[in-house]
Design a protein around this ligand. Structure first.
Ligand SMILES: Cc1cc2nc3c(=O)[nH]c(=O)nc-3n(C[C@H](O)[C@H](O)[C@H](O)COP(=O)(O)OP(=O)(O)OC[C@H]3O[C@@H](n4cnc5c(N)ncnc54)[C@H](O)[C@@H]3O)c2cc1C
Length: 446
């Protein structure tokens, strides 16, 4: 039997906090959304002496923050060359440099706060699905090296078996310093520290209406109304449509539905055959397959079948397994124990966003583009510093950038996504199949 719930909840289930507490009439700051973003902003503000109320429509952390893959990396989705072309060399350098900074900030935060969440830094590899994808990654890495220090390196196809048990890739791009963690225990540690710092967290308390009168925000919830000097929106892929302010941001984030699965404990020999150095794996296709270890129990965690909907968990577990085994044949020998779904938030420029919305007077930190495990606490520190008037410590290249939407896009799961899924799968799988037909599989030694 496959369990349909996040593996991270076994050790750290989401809990309701402050559920029966009345909604206070006033606060210095109201934060809407109780994931990593809202929780970290609340923590830093409360420690600076602000009276903070955090409103969460369900249980804190139960959405992206405890259903994710747990990679703490420095992923910037667009290529360095693309950003350089669009925004200039200096901005491209700042974006890539800050991604490294958010990763290091997150590791330092976990260390300083003594959060027990099994942080490790095994590195991550990206498998090239075609020779062209390998060449393109190699070119971009060379370009990056001219401008920023990086420990990334390329592994040609003939040597890739030292890194990954796959015979389908056409070489790899490795980032050796990237880490992984236990998402549930990380979130729990953050929530406990926010509570200890004095953040008043209200679970099952959805924010439904927003009004601004002079310098005060009035926020209406099903459980009462609260006024605050500052308002921060941290609703990410869960941004609703019940108010014009939410609708404005909902039009700017695309919720991407995806599946994650964890195996039963696996023989170490199988793990070594799949990932000899314990590195995380992603690939160069858009709708990628991902894999990492979950070391406390010798399990593997995988992600696949993005944008597919399934009513039955056994069916999705079967298809996830087949997709992963198509790339990593040894995965066929394992059994899946947990399988769950979740939505992460893409933006139209593929970059994370935070800033101050002049029209409403609200701060926002949402559209984290699958970087939020490490980036949210760094951005949370930046947002908190901005509210506290600490200008220098609030600077970030990601703040107040144009936050695009598209005509006719009103947010939420969109009819275009299944079409996009079909198109990108056909494009990427077709290219991979043609390359494998032309060059054959890379036979592994032994
Ligand atoms: C399957 C999956 C895999 C991922 N893998 C990775 C990864 O490996 N590495 C990585 O860096 N990132 C990853 N991510 C992304 C990462 O998890 C997110 O970027 C991060 O959790 C975002 O945190 P957040 O606090 O901004 O949003 P969330 O955790 O989604 O929190 C938003 C909260 O707002 C609440 N909310 C919404 N509207 C209201 C309202 N009106 N009133 C009150 N509350 C409201 C929601 O209930 C929710 O709890 C992944 C995400 C998913 C879904």
């Amino acid at each position: 039997m496959v369990k349909r719930s996040s593996y991270w909840w076994e050790a750290a289930p989401p809990v309701t906090v402050g559920e029966v507490a009345p909604v206070p009439a006033k606060a210095d700051v109201v934060i809407v959304g109780g994931g990593y973003s809202g929780m970290s902003i609340g923590l830093f503000l409360a420690r600076a002496g602000r009276d903070v109320v955090l409103l969460e429509q369900g249980k804190p952390g139960e959405h992206a923050s405890t259903v994710n893959f747990g990679a703490a990396g420095r992923t910037i989705r667009p290529k360095f060359s693309t950003l350089q072309e669009q925004m200039g060399t200096e901005t491209a350098i700042r974006i890539f440099t800050e991604a490294k900074a958010w990763m290091e900030f997150c590791f330092a935060f976990i260390h300083d706060e003594k959060i027990d969440c099994n942080v490790q830094r095994p590195g991550r590899l990206y498998g090239a699905h075609t020779p062209e994808a390998y060449e393109s990654m190699a070119r971009d890495l060379e370009l990056q090296k001219k401008h920023i220090p990086t420990d990334g390196f390329m592994v040609p196809r003939a040597e890739q078996h030292t890194e990954i048990g796959s015979d389908t890739f056409f070489g790899l791009h490795v980032l050796a310093d990237v880490g992984q963690l236990h998402s549930g225990r990380y979130f729990r540690g953050m929530r406990e520290r926010a509570e200890a710092a004095g953040v008043r967290i209200l679970s099952n308390c959805r924010a439904d209406q927003f009004r601004r009168d002079g310098s005060l925000h009035t926020i209406k919830t099903a459980r009462g109304t609260i006024q605050a000097k500052e308002l921060v929106l941290c609703t990410n892929a869960q941004t609703g449509d019940q108010d014009s302010l939410l609708r404005k941001f909902r039009r700017r984030v695309l919720p991407i539905y995806s599946w994650t699965a964890v195996t039963e404990p696996v023989d170490q020999k199988i793990i070594d055959a799949i990932t000899p150095k314990g590195r995380m794996m992603l690939e160069s296709v858009l709708l990628y397959t991902g894999l990492r270890t979950v070391d406390e129990q010798n399990r593997l965690l995988v992600t696949a079948r993005h944008l597919f909907h399934y009513p039955n968990v056994e069916d999705v577990a079967r298809d996830v397994k087949a997709q992963v085994a198509g790339i990593l044949p040894d995965f066929d020998k394992v059994k899946i124990s947990h399988c769950w779904d979740g939505s992460f938030a893409l933006t139209f420029d593929w970059l994370p966003h935070l800033g101050f919305d002049r029209d409403s007077g609200a701060y926002y930190q949402l559209g984290m583009v699958g970087t939020g495990v490490p980036s949210t606490v760094y951005f949370g520190w930046k947002t908190a510093n901005r509210i506290l008037g600490r200008t220098k410590d609030s600077e970030t290249v990601f703040a107040d950038r144009p936050f695009e939407t598209k005509p006719f896009f009103h947010g939420g799961p969109h009819w275009i996504l299944p079409l996009a899924r079909t198109y990108y799968r056909a494009r990427d799988n077709g290219a991979r199949d043609r390359a494998l037909k032309k060059y054959g599989r890379q036979t592994r030694p032994g």
